[in-house]
Design a binder for this molecule. Structure first.
Ligand SMILES: [Zn+2]
Length: 86
């Protein structure tokens, strides 16, 4: 299913500057939330995106863990980069 991730809100969650590891909680425009695992060495790279189970998955509609977000890492990363520069 098509998924157009638009990050509506982005909150820093955890970071390890020495290792260049960062976590953010992203809220998408459909209210789904995701924990983003990023590295910054020195460019941002999105390593993982774990959907938080606040609402069913916007793609497969499961309310349990699924892998959908992992298929959209490039789009989520692009959206993150746009958001982090604001
Ligand atoms: Zn899914």
């Amino acid at each position: 299913m098509a998924f157009n991730p638009v990050i509506f809100d982005l909150q820093p969650s955890d970071k390890n500057e020495k290792e260049g590891l960062y976590q953010y909680i992203a809220t998408f425009s459909d209210q789904s939330k995701c924990r983003l695992f990023l590295t910054k060495k020195p460019d941002w790279k999105l390593a993982h995106a774990n959907r938080l189970l606040n609402i069913p998955c916007p793609m497969c509609r499961k309310d349990y863990y699924c892998k959908c977000m992992e298929k959209h890492l490039p789009a989520i990363e692009a959206e993150f980069l746009q958001k982090i520069e604001e």
